[in-house]
Design a protein around this ligand. Structure first.
Ligand code: ATP
Ligand code: MN
Ligand code: MN
Length: 310
């Protein structure tokens, strides 16, 4: 018996060759954005996103019932995954090998949106050299009650410290409450070295300014302070990808900015979809970053000297 062919709904919409079902479904109730708007955004941002979120393990935050419903993280690839989303087998710390999702083509971002994804979260390394990260991230998390100006001060202080030991960095407003200070790296050091370095930097700042910063996860110690979350640099950890939408009120976007631009911002969630799309007309500030720096012997020695002398 012949099965009835599944007719494509004529209400479906196609973005970059990917058919998106129920484009009219509202995903962001307050902002009024639909699944079609989300897919349309990612269709436009896809080329830019591929530069920073492509070819590396990526997790999706999927919200099948919209951002007001239950959302869940997915990191493993499943069967019958769409074209544009591939996978890489990774041995986890348990010793087990699992297939992790990797977006290899711009269409992959739209395909993920078709599956109800809102956010993209990335590893700090690329699939061709998984054990050597090409970026370091300090995730600045303000405790409730702290304002964005405190976050900006923290980012500036962190930048200064990194600069003193020879590392250039760039801020990204997350679309949430904080800033990620990103340090692009040449792929020389392995995870262990990079995470230890990040932890040492975070701990030093927290020791110098114990009234303002903490470098440990303990919630109790975070009261009124900014948590310098260096744990994003452990193998297997993720951070939100540049240009990812956030499943938060107002449909904000994570946007890399220059240091002077950061100084003028008044919140971490001031880039909405139209503003984010405008940023695509200019080169991404990450593009101009030094690609030659690494956690080298010299950098580690400079850090040791700095800690010793302060
Ligand atoms: P904000 O600026 O509001 O803190 P954020 O993206 O930095 O936004 P965090 O809660 O600080 O949010 O989380 C930092 C990163 O850790 C996230 O971007 C995400 O990649 C990762 N993360 C957080 N929670 C989870 C989770 N439950 N599963 C997987 N990854 C997570
Ligand atoms: Mn954060
Ligand atoms: Mn965090």
């Amino acid at each position: 018996k012949l099965e009835k062919p599944v007719a494509a709904n004529d209400k479906d919409q196609t973005f970059r060759g990917v058919r998106v079902s129920h484009p009219e479904r509202v995903v962001f109730p307050e902002a009024g954005y639909t699944k079609g708007d989300v897919a349309g955004y990612y269709a436009k941002a896809a080329d830019r996103m591929l530069d920073y979120a492509g070819d590396r393990p990526i997790s999706l935050l999927r919200c099948p019932d919209g951002t007001d419903g239950d959302c869940f993280f997915q990191k493993h690839a499943g069967q019958g995954f769409p074209d544009g989303i591939g996978s890489v087998d990774i041995t986890e710390s348990s010793g087990k090998s699992e297939p992790y999702m990797v977006i290899e083509k711009p269409e992959g971002f739209v395909a993920a949106a078709q599956m109800g994804s809102i956010e993209f979260h990335i590893w700090g390394s690329r699939t061709d050299l998984l054990e050597k990260p090409d970026r370091l991230v300090f995730d600045l998390d303000p405790d409730e009650g702290l304002g964005f100006s405190e976050v900006k001060t923290a980012a500036k202080e962190l930048r200064k410290m990194l600069c003193e030991i020879g590392l250039d960095s760039l801020p990204m407003v997350t679309g949430g409450k904080g800033v990620h200070v990103i340090v692009p790296l040449r792929r020389v050091a392995e995870w262990e070295t990079v995470a230890f370095f990040a932890r040492t930097v975070a701990s030093h700042l927290a020791e110098r300014h114990p009234d303002r910063y903490v470098a440990t996860m303990s919630k109790a110690k975070r009261k009124g302070k900014i948590f310098i979350d260096w744990l994003r640099n452990e193998r297997g950890a993720t951070a939100v990808a540049p240009y990812s939408l956030r499943a938060r009120e107002g449909a904000p976007v994570a946007i890399p900015v220059t240091w002077p631009q950061l100084a003028k911002l008044t919140s971490a969630n001031s880039f909405n979809m139209p503003k984010a799309l405008k940023r695509l007309d200019q080169e991404c500030p990450l593009q101009a970053m030094a690609a030659s720096q690494s956690i080298s012997r010299e950098v580690v020695e400079s850090l040791e000297t700095l800690i010793h002398c302060q």
